[in-house]
Design a protein. Structure first.
Length: 182
């Protein structure tokens, strides 16, 4: 049975080849080096959150769409054990797709955990103008959307449409939060 890293590598290669892109074309479109893309697609390394963000931007897909193959009509109940979890060990970040994009449903819900003293940044949104609702569960998080910085604490909600760069940074406390993408 293939490992999660192997399945992810296969999925990323599948998306690229379905579009008819060479590794070099994807490297040019995403800003990720050809050698890194090759190592990711050969399951030699696991992609970081930054790399997945760059790939999703190049493909104009949300990260959840990039990570999950096209599926049958949506299931109304998604047991916790069946929710996909992806870990970026380099940045100590985890992403659990609580409610994946599916069928005719447009929203998706993602739970994120970012360890203390970490930063995740994305140069561009995967889908320009995508609506986000970030709800803090615990800890503290500095979120920069374009040039605007927001300090969020437990219970806070930040609503925005993403058109440019974004950054998520923790300090002494780790952060746990939901992002609802519409």
């Amino acid at each position: 049975m293939p490992t999660l890293n192997n399945r992810l590598a296969e999925r990323l290669k599948q998306v690229r080849t379905e579009r008819g892109w060479s590794l070099q074309e994807l490297a040019d479109a995403s800003g990720v080096s050809r050698s890194t893309l090759s190592r990711v697609e050969n399951a030699e390394v696991s992609p970081t959150a930054d790399t997945l963000g760059s790939l999703s931007t190049a493909y104009r897909m949300t990260i959840s769409q990039l990570l999950a193959p096209i599926e049958a009509p949506f299931a109304p109940r998604i047991p916790a054990a069946e929710q996909s979890v992806w870990h970026d060990t380099q940045n100590r970040f985890s992403r659990r797709v609580v409610s994946p994009p599916s069928g005719g449903l447009s929203a998706e819900v993602v739970q994120c955990e970012l360890a203390a003293y970490q930063m995740i940044s994305y140069a561009a949104p995967s889908v320009p103008g995508h609506e986000h609702h970030l709800v803090m569960l615990s800890g503290a998080l500095n979120v920069t959307i374009g040039d605007a910085e927001h300090r969020l604490e437990a219970g806070d909600c930040l609503r925005y449409q993403l058109f440019g760069a974004s950054k998520f940074q923790t300090g002494v406390d780790p952060a746990s939060y939901f992002i609802v993408l519409v």
